[in-house]
Design a binder for this molecule. Structure first.
Ligand SMILES: [Zn+2]
Length: 466
């Protein structure tokens, strides 16, 4: 029993791989079967792997977007670039029949001064514009392809200037009695919901792309299911996903996406559900359709990219003391300075020197669980006794303080005050929906699941007709 108030037992802390042939073999096995060790650890996808194929598709998109833009030349005079869509589909300039109305598209090497010259405006006018207000200087930040729309008076003087920076932002300048007034206009997009479905035949990324999902939305989808599905190892041909998500629309055009509201993922025949729910305190999280948390209360490994250098055991020879001692934790070898993350939400009961543990952090997670992190080089900012931490929050960095022979994390996990092997624990789920909010949750969850059922059957019926 280790409690933060008592002096710690002088446990073994460090294990040099070469010191034990058995340990070496164990570690080798870990390298060959990495997924076993990180089974319950949330997996994050690196979707960049498929970027070659993605690029080809993006170019196709760019082609079609250009075509569409050409069909309606008057629809949009400014560059139609968005944060979501890479292709800069540039609309064709409207025919300039009005001599007092000019649209100049910024070219390489242009400055505000050259642009002004193109419409016949003098350096004096430029000077007056730039000195009219602090904000007006924003006009000098030009991007190639940006459209500037000028309106001139009969005698060729500047009446107004307007430029769309994105689908969501425009800047405008207008002549007034004193000179010019500058205005920045932000468009609030309309939020709509949309359904999407895909079957995986090569990679999640390509299937998601085909289903019209952006890169970031695909990442969100993978992260929602990241505790249950290892997207690097578990994905099989025929796996299926569907989701309802928010889409941001301006003038009928999608300019971005918002949150995933609900999703289903069938992996190797097993279906997982997810519903986004914001509780009465305003915290949003994903739960399965029955209101159980999607995330585990603990992540399995508090250090990324570490190697297990010693496992939990009831008796082994301590490398420093050279005596048989139990090893009541797991050691992760990693370079000095590697971040250490809180395994779960909780309250720090100790952050400081702790005997043979060196710089240590102890976190109390609810009534039953406690985790301990030892030999740290130092603590992360704001980490001290009495503060609350979130799962995954960095609490400190790998070091070799205390009774230790090399940089590593000694990690202990206690259930009701008893040390257990964190690697063999079946990890508990995070808190489910509070019972007081269960009804409210189900009112949200049921219609979303029903909507996905309906959308999917409609889609399948359409496919069968073809
Ligand atoms: Zn240890």
């Amino acid at each position: 029993m280790t409690s933060p108030t008592k002096a710690p037992p002088l446990y073994p802390k460090s294990h040099i791989l070469a010191a034990s042939g058995v340990a070496a073999l164990l570690s080798l096995a870990l390298l060959v079967f990495p997924s076993r060790e990180v089974e319950a650890k949330k997996t994050y996808l690196n979707l960049e792997l498929d970027s070659g194929a993605e690029y080809a598709e993006l170019q196709d998109d760019a082609e079609s977007a250009n075509t569409q833009a050409r069909q309606s030349p008057f629809a949009n005079t400014a560059a139609t670039e968005t944060p979501e869509e890479q292709p800069t589909a540039q609309a064709v300039e409207p025919e300039q029949t009005d001599p007092l109305h000019h649209i100049v598209r910024v070219e390489n090497g242009d400055t505000l001064s050259t642009v002004f010259a193109k419409v016949g405006l003098s350096a004096t006018t430029l000077h007056a514009v730039l000195n009219s207000s602090k904000e007006a200087k924003q006009l000098t930040r030009l991007k190639v392809g940006q459209a500037l729309e000028f309106k001139l008076s009969e005698d060729g003087q500047l009446e107004s200037l307007h430029s769309k920076l994105s689908d969501l932002e425009s800047i405008a300048l207008a002549k007034n009695d004193k000179g010019f007034s500058f205005k920045r206009e932000l468009v609030k997009p309309e939020v709509q919901t949309t359904y999407s479905h895909g079957v995986i035949n090569s990679s999640l990324f390509l299937s998601a792309k085909r289903a019209g999902l952006s890169h970031s939305l695909t990442m969100d989808l993978a992260n929602v299911f990241g505790y249950d599905i290892d997207f690097a190892m578990d994905i099989r041909e025929g796996d299926e996903f569907e989701l309802i998500y928010e889409k941001k629309v301006v003038n009928g055009k999608q300019v971005g996406t918002g949150n995933i509201l609900s999703a289903r993922f069938t992996n190797r025949g097993k279906t997982y559900t997810a519903v986004r729910y914001t509780n009465k305190q305003g915290n949003s999280s994903y739960y399965n359709a029955n209101g159980e948390s999607m995330r585990k209360a603990f992540i399995r490994t508090p250090v990324d990219f570490a190697r297990i250098s010693s496992r939990f055991s009831t008796g082994r020879r301590h490398p420093v003391l050279n005596k048989i001692r139990a090893h009541k934790g797991v050691d992760y070898a990693a370079p000095r300075g590697t971040p250490i993350k809180a395994a779960g939400d909780g309250r720090i009961t100790l952050a400081g020197r702790h005997g043979g543990y060196g710089n240590a952090v102890i976190i109390q997670h609810g009534q039953r669980y406690r985790t301990l992190y030892a030999h740290m080089n130092g603590f992360a900012k704001g980490i001290r006794s009495g503060t609350n931490v979130k799962q995954g929050q960095i609490i400190g960095y790998i070091g070799t303080t205390g009774l230790s022979t090399g940089p590593h994390l000694h990690y202990e996990f206690q259930v009701n005050g008893v040390h257990v092997d964190p690697l063999s624990q079946k990890l508990p789920m995070a808190d489910p929906i509070a019972s007081s909010e269960k009804a409210r949750f189900m009112q949200l969850s049921k219609p979303l699941m029903a909507q996905m059922d309906k959308e999917k059957s409609t889609m399948l019926a359409l496919n069968n007709q073809r």
